[in-house]
Design a protein around this ligand. Structure first.
Ligand SMILES: Cc1cc2nc3c(=O)[nH]c(=O)nc-3n(C[C@H](O)[C@H](O)[C@H](O)COP(=O)(O)O)c2cc1C
Length: 222
């Protein structure tokens, strides 16, 4: 696929087939993502990837149990304080599209909570990547890792592999650090579940919208 098609066709997959991605393809995707630019070429992303469904399952069980038991989120990097104006409108629209796709009513809090917990089951994906960054790098380390995430997702799609970025997987960093024996000075930024999308599942059949460039860009002419 060319770059424009990758950008236009990528979407967040929330239902995956069980088939694992061959290790060679996972490594190829990661190798392409290594080309991501970063502040002074520091390349601060430190990724942990479950290469086998068994490894994915062990983390899934651990995280899901923690989240389902009502574990209090304590992300290393604060989640958004509030959503103002258009951010709030777009966030609500994106939530409404998701719940409509899986036939969950606005008022059905229990079903919404269950759907939220699907994050911690990695939407049944056979693989998950957790991305850490040294805490000393602050905001720009996060920027670099965000670029890496996009590279990863596009390189994956180029191999027919779908994915979903998940900040929800950064809600319980202590659990993930302990599970993978990651030092405390590595901050957990996000996760990314990946595998082959179940394209017939209704949750994968809607697409989010984007504002036009007039809403995002100020053009200056003199
Ligand atoms: C940094 C980041 C974190 C995200 N976290 C979650 C998440 O925890 N759960 C989820 O279902 N989607 C998550 N998403 C997916 C967004 O909801 C999605 O990208 C957005 O609605 C646009 O839709 P699209 O990816 O299908 O184009 C995240 C996306 C990004 C970039």
């Amino acid at each position: 696929m060319n770059f424009e098609n990758l950008m236009r066709q990528r979407y967040s997959a929330r239902a995956f087939l069980a088939d694992p991605v061959p290790a060679g393809i996972i490594r190829h995707i990661l190798d392409v993502a290594q080309k991501t630019p970063s502040w002074c070429n520091t390349q601060p992303w430190e990724a942990v990837v479950t290469e086998t469904p068994a490894a994915t399952q062990r983390l899934r069980q651990r995280l899901y149990d923690h989240a389902a038991a009502g574990g209090e989120p304590g992300p290393d990097k604060p989640f958004p304080r509030e959503y103002v104006g258009a951010h709030d409108t777009r966030r609500k629209k994106c939530g409404a599209q998701l719940y409509e796709a899986v036939d969950i009513a606005r008022t059905d809090r229990e079903a919404r909570a269950r759907q939220m917990l699907r994050n911690y089951e990695f939407f049944d994906a056979p693989h998950v990547m957790l991305v850490f960054c040294h805490e000393s790098l602050g905001f720009y380390g996060g920027v670099d890792c965000g670029l890496y995430l996009q590279s990863f997702m596009l390189a994956a799609l180029d191999q027919g592999v779908h994915s979903i970025a998940q900040a929800s997987l950064a809600a319980y960093p202590a659990v993930v650090r302990e599970h993978f024996d990651v030092p405390a000075d590595r901050h957990l930024l996000f996760g990314c579940s990946f595998g082959y999308a179940d394209e017939r599942h209704p949750v994968n059949r809607y697409r989010t919208e984007r504002a036009g460039i007039a809403d995002a860009v100020t053009f200056v002419r003199e």
